[in-house]
Design a protein around this ligand. Structure first.
Ligand SMILES: [Ca+2]
Ligand SMILES: [Ca+2]
Length: 219
């Protein structure tokens, strides 16, 4: 299903810097910095150049909360935490989304394999924080059905959020790949678009990986 998003975003310029991960006996964590100002930048395959899908003054860009600047994932005890920082505060409940956007979704795929645009390999689960223009919700979802397995606790503080879920769901899956993205659904269209990915362009300066391995390697 993710591959369908190629219709809108054929490629995305993304910068990625791996921040050294901290590993201890009790806590595993990883932080990945994402470029600021890379909302919906696509590669124009006809012009052979990158261009912004939305202008600087478009609401999608102006709001700032479609622009991921940091991705966090950690395991402490039996609890996984998925978090992001955005370039601006997340909307307050009741704040309208930009015109045309029906759902804002901060998304983390937990993939079986290193994910790429071509093979579109299956995911075990996805974890989402959703805002529909009136209220937030967070959930663990089956993929690709997107059926809710369970609602999840979350906190939002300014430009940051965290969603927590039990490691019991992954107890038979000791290793997997992480793929975080900021997703939007427009109007009644069931297809998602991708205002910001952790990265996907092999030529993007600073790129290290296409998906992020879990658990992080000790270094
Ligand atoms: Ca990005
Ligand atoms: Ca970004």
């Amino acid at each position: 299903m993710r591959k369908m998003a190629l219709a809108l975003l054929s490629a995305v310029v993304a910068g990625l810097l791996m921040v050294p991960s901290s590993v201890s006996a009790k806590t595993l964590s990883i932080e990945v910095v994402d470029r600021t100002g890379d909302v919906a930048i696509v590669y124009d395959v006809e012009a052979y150049e990158y261009r912004a899908l939305y202008g600087d003054n478009s609401p999608i860009v102006q709001t700032g909360y479609f622009d991921m600047t940091l991705f966090r994932f950690s395991l402490k005890g039996n609890i996984y935490t998925f978090g992001m920082e955005l370039a601006a505060d997340l909307p307050q409940e009741g704040d309208p989304l930009p015109q045309g956007v029906g759902l804002l979704q901060y998304t983390l795929w937990l993939d079986e394999y290193w994910w790429d645009w071509i093979s579109d390999d299956p995911a075990y689960f996805i974890v989402v924080l959703r805002y529909d223009g009136s209220s937030y919700s967070a959930a663990l979802l089956e993929w690709p059905s997107e059926e809710i397995i369970m609602s999840l606790p979350f906190i939002i503080e300014g430009p940051r959020f965290e969603v927590k879920f039990s490691a019991d769901w992954m107890e038979n899956i000791p290793t997997f790949w992480l793929f975080p993205a900021v997703v939007a659904y427009f109007g009644e269209c069931p297809m998602m678009s991708w205002p910001d990915l952790i990265d996907c362009d092999a030529d993007a300066p600073g790129q290290v990986v296409n998906s992020i391995p879990w658990p992080p390697s000790e270094s």
